[in-house]
Design a protein around this ligand. Structure first.
Ligand code: FAD
Length: 326
């Protein structure tokens, strides 16, 4: 007797390419350690009416916490604030039957760590990934690989490509190969902070495409012209893969400085002027929703394959935007 898997899902690249209109997708973070998964399910439930085609789950490296022992000494402890990416991806995949895309990062991982993560995902039937370098540790002045870990997303791609061919990091061969992983990568319409210029950044994006990235997802941006200009330039450099805009509604007054500092992007003058008139976070969120609706309507009108929403702390705003746009 044949059993069809009830949760058989499509690859992200096929989902994007098969869409006649702009698709809806979003990114979630694994819950903070000890807070359970129910709130996350509520967030997903509240976005399900817009028929998300896939859901990304971020990955967070560990950090060091210093405990004051009260005798002049501090104890250094390693903490994962948001553990469980693979488990969360599997839980969502099983509960909702939606394609899940766990983020695989180089930071904090040896090649063997990555290999075991890939094996777990293979057993769980999750075959879509977003491959990233990951953030540097808070204690590091610049990104430093862990042990024999990778320095760039491109090297991680090579490891996944080898895995797809049935070859482990030590050169030994798998006895049984499975559905190969498909993957996307990150890109930056306003340039990655470490790239000396856009030309260099696009050169590496092209290398990521040539090594097998099937699509790229952008860093968030608030000025569509930056995205359109980036896509145009990328096409001239021979980058042909879908470039999916990543969008987050502006949410509160403090983000006027937090967003540029954290994501290395500009806030347009017009948006900034409107936010500066606001007297509360609620008013700022209203402005953010209106701005985001305008952004998304224009992106849809230009026929972008998908809009990918960054949902942390912004689920209610995304609902308001999606109601107007989808
Ligand atoms: P890379 O592709 O390695 O690029 C980093 C820099 O090096 C760029 O300046 C690039 O031009 C250059 N470069 C690239 N390849 C090479 C090479 N082979 N040799 C020399 N230079 C090179 N971080 C997390 O920790 N967890 C997440 O879940 C996460 N999700 C993200 C999702 C999206 C959509 C985006 C846009 C970012 C995400 N980040 C996440 C942040 C990301 O990890 C950082 O921006 C990181 O600094 C760069 O990652 P990357 O994959 O673009 O790196």
């Amino acid at each position: 007797m044949t059993h069809l898997h009830p949760n058989k899902v499509m690859r992200v690249v096929d989902l994007i390419n098969s869409q006649k209109k702009t698709a809806f997708s979003f990114e979630i973070l694994p819950p903070l350690k000890g807070t359970g998964i129910q709130k996350l399910y509520q967030d997903i439930d509240s976005l399900c009416e817009f028929e998300p085609k896939y859901i990304n789950i971020t990955t967070h490296r560990s950090e060091y916490i210093y405990k004051d022992l009260g005798n002049g000494l501090f104890q250094r402890n390693r903490l994962y604030r948001r553990p469980g990416t693979v488990a969360v991806a599997a839980a969502i995949h099983n509960k909702y039957g939606i394609t899940t895309v766990p983020h695989i990062i180089c930071s904090d991982c040896t090649r063997e760590d990555t290999e075991y993560e890939l094996l777990d995902l293979q057993f769980l039937g999750i075959t879509d990934l977003l491959l990233l370098r990951g953030d540097k540790g808070k204690h590091e002045p610049s990104f430093t690989p862990t042990g024999n870990g990778h320095r760039h997303a491109l090297e991680l791609q090579h490891q996944v490509n080898d895995f797809n061919r049935g070859v482990f990091v030590d050169g030994s061969e798998m006895k049984v190969t499975n559905t190969p992983f498909s993957y996307g990568v990150a890109c930056y319409p306003e340039k990655h902070e470490e790239a000396p210029n856009m030309e260099t950044d696009l050169y590496w994006l092209k290398q990521k495409q040539d090594a097998g990235a099937e699509y790229a997802v952008t860093q968030l941006f608030y000025d569509n012209e930056k995205y359109f200009g980036f896509v145009e330039r990328a096409r001239k450099e021979g980058i042909t893969i879908p470039i999916i805009p990543g969008i987050k509604p502006f949410k509160k007054l403090s983000q006027l400085s937090v967003i540029p500092k954290t994501f290395k992007v500009d806030l347009p003058e017009e948006l900034t002027h409107e936010v500066l008139k606001c007297k509360s976070d609620d008013e700022a969120a209203r402005v953010g929703v209106e701005w985001c609706i305008r952004q998304c309507r224009e992106l849809v009108a230009k026929g972008v394959p998908s809009i990918h929403f960054y949902s942390l702390g912004a689920v209610d705003s995304i609902r308001e935007v999606a109601k107007e746009v989808y």
